[in-house]
Ligand binder design. Sequence first.
Ligand SMILES: Cc1ncc(COP(=O)(O)O)c(C=O)c1O
Length: 387
Amino acid sequence: MIGQTQYFRDTWAEIDLDALYQNVKTIRDGLPRETKLFAAVKANAYGHGDFQIAKEALKAGAHGLVVALLDEALALREKGIKAPILVLGLIRPTDASIAARYQISVPVFQMEWLKEASLTMESGNPPLRIHIKCDTGMGRIGLKHEKELKEIEQFIKETDKFEFEGIFTHFSTADQASEKYYQMQLAAFKQLVSVLDTAPKYVHAANSAGALCHCDSLFNAVRVGIALYGLSTSTERPPLNKVKQVFSLHTKIVHVKKIQSGECIGYGASYKAQTEEWIATIPIGYADGWLRKMEKQRVIADGEQANIVGRICMDQTMVKLPHFMPIGTKVTLIGGQADDFISVEEIAEKLDTINYEVVCTINFRVPRIYKRGDQLVEIENKLFLGI
Ligand SMILES: Cc1ncc(COP(=O)(O)O)c(C=O)c1O
């Protein structure tokens, strides 16, 4: 390692572990005691860093974790996470052995998958934990009919290679104000569950919006993602006032200059100064996930409002300052103090997208700094692991 620092560009995302802990606890405390909370840490915990978030969420009362990919689950096991982990996406039947070996639960909804997996599975592993996935209206993956469900249940029962651990579905409109489609999916799921010979250990349907807005969707487990990170479930639902945004994004000024009226900034010379202006350059760009649509977005420079001018470059962005500020001045792009706070939702609106996409888009060229209060806990720089 060179010196003390583990990253060499002053651009970083700060992850507030206290906020994450408190959010998980608040959501956990709002659920019935028997309802298990699975924290969704897929996609690197929505850009926050899966290992650190998994550890904190489990400490705060999460029972288990859900991820999208077997690779994500294996990476967490490798790092020592022992809690239940469910992969939400379909894995290859030829990978069933490795999932079984690492006690990772997987979704199943096709007989052909089960047959192929049972043919290729090595002996000597614990049984593969299966959650039957039902498609009740999302139209993504899952079985739809009682007959298929019964066949799969029967097949699992007849072999010691598998354990029927769970059944689940996913709502496509739980975050919307209108209830109709949600109620249809809920009824379809209840119907499928009712034809099982034996209910498995986990029956689950709710995501954040389900868990927070539909108490009839809880069954005995929920899979919560976005709300853990202190972000709202949709623009149709009121902001979640009991949780706090975990993610913030910062950088520092690397260059400051005064320009004259008529001088231009950036590619395409798209910004022309109207008067004498102070322009700062900050080292973040679209290659970090700070996308070109962020042109004209406000930022907070040393506690004061400033605006991005000119096009966002691949690695750098220019900001018009209210007055001179020295090199090294901190600039906040997401987050900040209460009265000068840039929410992930504000950025999502600017990008014409949802808050989920914003945090997932700030990629791992930007190191994650984990903090408790003002205390630095850990730095994760996936670009440079040390010399
Ligand atoms: C199957 C499934 N369950 C749970 C979640 C968590 O959803 P949310 O982040 O809205 O809580 C997701 C997220 O996309 C998902 O795909």
